[in-house]
Write a protein that binds this ligand. Structure first.
Ligand SMILES: Nc1ncnc2c1ncn2[C@@H]1O[C@H](COP(=O)(O)OP(=O)(O)OP(=O)(O)O)[C@@H](O)[C@H]1O
Ligand SMILES: CC(=O)N[C@H]1[C@@H]2OC[C@@H](O2)[C@@H](O)[C@@H]1O[C@H](C)C(=O)O
Length: 402
C-alpha cells in the first residue's frame, strides 16, 4: 500500500483525531485556524477546540485577493498565481501558529482547508440554463499539504454542487452533528460577510433540519466602512448607531428576487455589492444620504432580512433558541435590531453551547474532514425536497504532502 494512503487509513481508524480547520471567509479579514480534537463521527461527533487564532490578512494579501474577488472580469494570470500563493500562505500561517502553540506539525492528523471563495455563482445569479450551480475556492490543497507536511482535505464545496446543491451553506452538516439537542429548537445564526442559519428542531428529525443563507451580514457594512473611513468595518456599530434608518432606501434594498427564492438559497458579494446599494439609492432618490444614515440603513437591511427569514421557519407557539456566531455577533446595532424583531426567541452565542462563535466555521470544516475520512452516514433524506436539500455526501479532496 502507498505509505501516504496507509497513514490516512490509520488516521481514519483512530478513536480520536487532531484536525486543524481553516476558514477565510468573504470578509477577507484573515484566516481562522481552529485545532480540534474530534472523537467519533456522525451524530456521535464530539469536538473540543483546543487552540484557536485568527491570523489577520496583511493589506498586501487583501489587495491581491480583491483584484479578483467577486469580479466578473479579471486578469486570468493573476487568478492562476493566487491559487498556489494562497495555499502556501495558509500553510505557512498554520506552521507559524503551531510553533506559537508549541505543537509539532507531526502531532496533527489532518488539515481541513476551505480556501478562499473568489466567486460564488448559483444558477439564480448567473441565469444561464446550460451551466450548473458553480462556486470557486482557491488556495490549492496540495500547496497546503506540501508546505505543512500534513495531509490536507480541501475544496469541500464542489461535491455539493456536483450533487445539485449550490455549494453552500455547508454549515448544516457540522451543526447537526455537533449542536443537535433534544431539549431545544435551535437556530444557529452565523453572521459573516453573508448571513446564514441552520434550523435544528428539538425533535432531532433530520428531515426537518435545513440551512440557508439569508442575505448580507457584514459585507455591505464593511464595503461602506472602507469607503467612508480608514477602518475595515463599523466597529461596534458606532457609525450605524449615530445615523437614522431611511425607510425609502430600506424598501428599495429589500427588492431583490433573492428574497423571494425558496430555501435553501445562497448568495454572496457578487450580488450584494456597492453597485447593488447605488442602484437602490437611485431608485429611492436617496443618493445624498449621510454616511451615518446609510450605515444605519444597511445595518437595518441585514437585520430585517435575517429576522424575516427566521420568521418564515419558526412557529409562533414554540420557543426557539438562537445561537449567534461570526463577526456580526460583535455588532450591537445589528444584534439589537435582530433581537427586537424576534421577541419570542432566546438569544445566546454558540460559545454558550461549547464552540466559540469566532471559531465555528473553521470547526465546521474540521468536522467535514472528519466525516470524509471516518464518517459517511446517511442522514438527510427528505422526499419533498422543499427545504432539506442536504443529501448525504462525502466532501473534500485529499492532498498528500508528498
Ligand atoms: N467589534 C465589531 N463590531 C462590528 N463588526 C464586527 C466586529 N468584529 C467583527 N465584526 C464584523 O465581522 C466581520 C468578520 O466576520 P467573519 O470573520 O465571521 O466573516 P467571514 O467568515 O469572512 O464571512 P463569511 O462567513 O460570509 O464567509 C468583520 O469584517 C466585521 O464586519
Ligand atoms: C460560497 C461561500 O463561500 N459561502 C460562504 C459565505 O459565508 C457565509 C455564507 O456565505 C455561507 O453560504 C458560506 O460559508 C459557510 C461556512 C457555509 O457554507 O456554511
Amino acid at each position: 500500500m502507498n505509505k501516504q494512503v496507509q497513514r490516512l487509513y490509520e488516521i481514519a481508524g483512530r478513536s480520536e483525531r487532531r484536525i486543524i480547520g481553516l476558514m477565510s471567509g468573504t470578509s477577507l479579514d484573515g484566516l481562522d485556524i481552529a485545532l480540534c480534537r474530534i472523537q467519533g463521527s456522525g451524530p456521535e461527533t464530539e469536538v473540543e477546540v483546543t487552540h484557536f487564532d485568527t491570523i489577520p490578512y496583511t493589506d498586501d494579501i487583501k489587495a491581491e485577493i480583491r483584484k479578483v474577488f467577486a469580479k466578473k472580469e479579471i486578469d486570468f494570470q493573476h487568478l492562476c498565481l493566487l491559487n498556489p500563493w494562497i495555499g502556501r500562505l495558509h500553510g505557512q500561517m498554520v506552521l507559524n501558529c503551531l510553533e506559537r502553540w508549541n505543537i509539532s506539525p507531526d502531532r496533527i492528523d489532518l488539515i481541513a482547508s476551505h480556501g478562499q471563495t473568489v466567486f460564488h455563482a448559483p444558477k439564480a445569479l448567473h441565469q444561464q440554463d446550460k451551466f450548473p450551480n458553480a462556486t470557486l475556492q482557491i488556495g490549492d490543497g496540495d500547496h497546503v499539504a506540501v508546505t505543512t507536511g500534513i495531509i490536507t482535505l480541501s475544496d469541500f464545496r464542489q461535491k455539493h454542487t456536483a450533487m445539485g446543491g449550490e455549494g453552500a451553506p455547508l454549515a448544516v452538516y457540522g451543526d447537526y452533528f455537533v449542536f443537535s439537542e433534544p431539549a431545544e429548537n435551535r437556530i444557529l445564526l452565523n453572521m459573516g460577510g453573508i448571513a446564514n442559519f441552520t434550523y435544528l428542531p428539538a425533535t432531532q428529525d433530520a428531515t426537518e433540519v435545513f440551512t440557508t443563507d439569508t442575505g448580507p451580514g457584514n459585507t455591505l457594512l464593511d464595503a461602506f466602512a472602507r469607503r467612508f473611513s480608514d477602518k475595515p468595518y463599523d466597529e461596534d456599530g458606532r457609525m450605524a448607531a449615530s445615523g437614522k434608518v431611511n425607510t425609502e432606501l430600506l424598501k428599495a434594498l429589500k427588492k431583490s428576487s433573492f428574497f423571494d427564492q425558496p430555501f435553501p438559497k445562497t448568495t454572496g458579494p457578487e450580488l450584494f455589492s456597492l453597485d447593488y446599494v447605488r442602484q437602490a439609492q437611485q431608485r429611492s432618490s436617496t443618493t445624498s444620504l449621510s454616511p451615518e444614515d446609510l450605515m444605519a440603513t444597511l445595518t437595518r437591511f441585514s437585520a430585517e432580512t435575517i429576522a424575516e427569514t427566521v420568521l418564515q421557519v419558526i412557529q409562533p407557539e414554540l420557543t426557539y433558541h438562537v445561537y449567534m456566531s461570526g463577526g456580526g455577533m460583535h455588532n450591537p446595532v445589528l444584534t439589537g435590531a435582530i433581537r427586537d424583531l424576534l421577541p419570542n426567541c432566546i438569544f445566546g452565542r454558540t460559545d454558550d453551547i461549547g464552540i466559540s462563535g469566532d471559531a465555528k466555521e473553521a470547526v465546521l470544516f474540521a468536522v467535514l474532514a472528519n466525516e470524509a475520512v471516518a464518517g459517511g452516514q446517511t442522514l438527510f433524506e427528505r422526499d419533498d425536497k422543499k427545504r432539506a436539500g442536504v443529501p448525504s455526501i462525502t466532501m473534500g479532496k485529499i492532498s498528500f504532502p508528498r
